[in-house]
Design a protein around this ligand. Sequence first.
Ligand SMILES: NC(=O)c1ccc[n+]([C@@H]2O[C@H](COP(=O)([O-])OP(=O)(O)OC[C@H]3O[C@@H](n4cnc5c(N)ncnc54)[C@H](OP(=O)(O)O)[C@@H]3O)[C@@H](O)[C@H]2O)c1
Length: 345
Amino acid sequence: MSGQATNRQWRLIERPIGMVGVQHFAYREEPAPSAADGEVLVRTLYVSFDPAMRAFLHDRPSYVPPQPVGEVMRAGAIGQVLESKASGFAAGDLVMGGFGWQDYAVANASAGVMKLPPSRPMTDYMSVLGGTGLTAYFGLLDVGRPKAGETVVISGAAGATGSSAVQISRIVGCRTIAIAGGEAKCRWTVEALGADAAIDYKHENLSARLGELAPDGIDVYFDNVGGATLEACIGRMRMHGRIALCGMISTYNDATPTPGPSNLFELITRRVRMEGFLAGDYVPRFAEARRAIEGWIDGGQLKSFVDVQEGFENIPKTFMRIFSGANVGKQTLKIADPPLPVPGQ
Ligand SMILES: NC(=O)c1ccc[n+]([C@@H]2O[C@H](COP(=O)([O-])OP(=O)(O)OC[C@H]3O[C@@H](n4cnc5c(N)ncnc54)[C@H](OP(=O)(O)O)[C@@H]3O)[C@@H](O)[C@H]2O)c1
């Protein structure tokens, strides 16, 4: 890059055991890189914070390789192309990809860099039209297979995936019960997302409230959190119910192996199907899902909710927000305001 701008970065310096904290990351600066053939140089605008990033901090195999210690923290991001040596991309394009916790990244344009249409707010592609909206779409509709009129329960309901799942469940005509932490979040899931009822798992007896709100049982449980919440929902499933295992954030910071639900036998007696899924398995159908979601957005049925923090220095602190439950909707952090001046134009 001409002029050798400074590339601010946050790097992983130590693998956390137990709760991740700001002390596991260090601030570094180095000269901004330049694009080689086939690459784009991107200025990061918005960084995405995803619970799975905590899982990648472990030094053990998962569906993606562990985050290397000493390297820039990997993260999804939205950016603007400053320099392109790849066909199909030009300086000024808004793009999404794994640009990480840094100001500037070079990326192989054919490896997961997506050009964003300028017609919609770019943060929609981190929320309802991004990974979490697609996760909600496929997890709920393909794995949960709800029918209109059925009772759907969604945990982590005020978060990124949960807020999309609650709205989609409402759109397809299901009675939707949200589970979230705290009275304010619960009220928000009803007023902003259109849930029929909400349960504050931090202050209410979850199992008892599920019994009151779903006296005939749960048809579909969309699980974002695992642990005690999963156990309580298993205990309230209806005959031939479906559980879509999306994530288990309540366990990601556990220092020792998490005990499983003690009541799995109930899945047998009530013939419940419990199935894990990854949004990445549905890549060939992303266009179909985005068309449906865009239709709901344009029809005023579905909204994008984004929690935007600011300040490069606040990146590690913002990561902690998803584990403390501080976020409402999709957690992001804005590094720079677009559009940025494009060199040479
Ligand atoms: N399968 C897939 O392909 C896929 C894709 C994306 C995400 N996921 C999973 O989906 C889940 C949600 O991810 P997201 O990106 O949408 O994050 P998110 O829900 O926006 O943020 C995390 C939320 O989880 C809740 N939480 C944090 N610690 C918790 C705990 N110990 N017990 C219960 N709830 C806790 C908090 O809400 P409260 O204030 O309500 O506690 C927090 O706001 C995660 O488990 C993630 O791994 C899976």
